[in-house]
Write a protein that binds this ligand. Structure first.
Ligand code: GLP
Length: 246
C-alpha cells in the first residue's frame, strides 16, 4: 500500500489527480471507476485543468461510477449522474456514451443492479477505482453490515450517512433512504484502488480501515486485502493512521 499524506486539500487533490492521470497516460483506453462526494471535487478540477491544457485526454476512457441514489432522476441536482456531469464529464473530452452511472429512476432497482453489474463486468472491471470514505467507513454506499456484499445491490442507507449527506439537501427528510451501489466484490475486482480522504472527521474511519480488523462493520477495511491500494489524504485525515504507523 502506498500512502501520500499531503499538507492540505489542494495538495491532496493534485496528488490524487496525478495518480489518475498516470493511469490514463499509461493506458488511454482504460476503465476508470469514479466516485462522488465532496472529497474528489478538487481531484476532478485538476483533471479538467490538465485536459483543457491538452496534457490529458479521456477520449478513449470508459467510466463506471460507484453508486446512485434511488428515486432521483439524472437531472436532479443531487443525483450522482448530475454530480458527475457538472464536476467532470461536461468539462473533459470523455464520450458521453462511455460514461456509466447506475440509474436511480427505475421501476425495478434489483434488475438495474444486475444490469449495472453486467456493464462493469463487460468492461472487464475498473483498471483504477477512485474511492471516497464515509465517516462510518463505507465505500460507495456499502454500509456497515454483517457481511461484505459482493455485487451491485440495493442498500438501505444508515442514519449516519443520511445525516452526513443531509448538508446537500434541504433537510435530512429529503435525502433518499436507499441507493444502488457497486458491491464490495465489484470494487475489489478493480486492478488498482485510489482512496482519498480529507479532514479531521475522517481520521477515525481512515484508522479503522487500515489499522483495525478486517470486518464488514467497517466496509473499507476489506481494502487491506487488495494488492494495489494508494491512499491519498490531507494531514488531518491521516493523522491518526500515521501516528499508529510511526
Ligand atoms: C457518499 C458517497 C461515497 C462517498 C461518501 C463521502 O456517501 N456514496 O462514495 O465516499 O459520500 O463523501 P464526502 O467525500 O463528501 O465526505
Amino acid at each position: 500500500m502506498r500512502i501520500y499524506q499531503e499538507k492540505d486539500y489542494n495538495a491532496m487533490s493534485r496528488r490524487a489527480a496525478s495518480v489518475i492521470a498516470a493511469q490514463v497516460v499509461s493506458k488511454p483506453d482504460c476503465v476508470l471507476g469514479l466516485a462522488t462526494g465532496s472529497t474528489p471535487v478538487g481531484t476532478y478540477q485538476q483533471l479538467i485543468q490538465w485536459c483543457k491544457q491538452g496534457d490529458l485526454s479521456f477520449a478513449q476512457v470508459h467510466s463506471v461510477n460507484l453508486d446512485e441514489y434511488c428515486g432521483l432522476a439524472p437531472e436532479h441536482d443531487q443525483s450522482y449522474r448530475y454530480f458527475m456531469q457538472t464536476n467532470l464529464f461536461d468539462h473533459v473530452d470523455i464520450k458521453p456514451e462511455n460514461t456509466n452511472v447506475p440509474s436511480g429512476l427505475v421501476s425495478d432497482p434489483e434488475e438495474e443492479c444486475a444490469r449495472y453489474e453486467d456493464v462493469v463486468k463487460g468492461l472487464g472491471y475498473a483498471d483504477l477505482q477512485l474511492l471516497g470514505l464515509g465517516r462510518n467507513g463505507h465505500i460507495g454506499f456499502n454500509e456497515p453490515c454483517g457481511e461484505f456484499p459482493l455485487a451491485t445491490h440495493l442498500v438501505d442507507l444508515t442514519e449516519s450517512t443520511i445525516e452526513a449527506n443531509a448538508r446537500f439537501f434541504a433537510s435530512a427528510n429529503d435525502v433518499p433512504k436507499q441507493a444502488l451501489t457497486m458491491g464490495v466484490g465489484t470494487i475489489m475486482k478493480a486492478r488498482k484502488i485510489l482512496i482519498v480522504a480529507s479532514g479531521a472527521d475522517k481520521a477515525d474511519a481512515v484508522w479503522k480501515a487500515f489499522c483495525g480488523p478486517i470486518t464488514p462493520e467497517v466496509p473499507a477495511s476489506v481494502l487491506q486485502l487488495h494488492p494495489d491500494v494508494t491512499l491519498v489524504g490531507d494531514g488531518s485525515a491521516l493523522a491518526k493512521l500515521m501516528e499508529d504507523k510511526a
